[in-house]
Design a protein around this ligand. Structure first.
Ligand code: HNI
Length: 147
């Protein structure tokens, strides 16, 4: 069980309420695939991932980026039981998709960078701290069912 301060709760909710999922999701996943090219191995059926421009313009990457970002809504709505909320998704990524759990952090970092770029000066150190804490809990929860 993670303790959240009022500031953390309101900041996290505020970031997501203002987020344009259809932009942030695709950009974050695309960035992850470009910056950490080994993450492309899980998306062999996504067609052309040949270079950064192809990845950024790939409609399957964009669609999946939205799916992943909407996956974070579950954590947002269950901030007091993120671990339980992600138990099933953790099993899926581990046992079916065989995604190396280190990659969760990489994607989370790309998401942070995209959000920071969108928020500009509003992404203060305090705001970043709250957002990173939320993502750290998500990352750790998604990695829980690995053994
Ligand atoms: Ni992930 C499918 C959520 C990180 C590779 N992923 C999903 C689905 C959700 C989801 C939701 C859809 C599940 C379903 O169909 O029932 N993924 C998340 C979240 C994170 C995450 C919340 C972290 C923030 N996934 C990653 C990472 C990788 C990844 C880092 C690989 C690098 N995910 C996949 C793959 C699929 C997937 C592969 C299946 C895609 C498909 O449709 O074929």
């Amino acid at each position: 069980m993670v303790d959240w301060t009022d500031f953390e709760r309101s900041t996290i909710l505020d970031i997501f309420s203002k987020m344009d999922y259809d932009t942030v999701g695709p950009k974050s996943l695309a960035r992850c695939l470009v910056v950490y090219p080994w993450t492309q191995r899980y998306f062999g059926n996504f067609g052309n991932l040949y270079n950064a421009a192809a990845i950024m313009g790939n409609p399957m990457v964009a669609a999946h980026g939205k799916v992943v970002l909407h996956g974070l809504d579950r954590a947002l709505k269950n901030m007091d039981d993120i671990r339980g909320t992600y138990a099933e998704l953790s099993v899926l990524h581990s046992e079916k998709l065989h995604v190396d759990p280190d990659n969760f952090r990489l994607l989370a970092d790309c998401l942070t960078i995209v959000v920071a770029a969108q928020m500009g000066a509003a992404f203060t150190a305090d705001v970043q701290a709250a957002f990173q804490k939320f993502l750290a809990v998500v990352v750790s929860s998604l990695g829980r069912q690995y053994h």
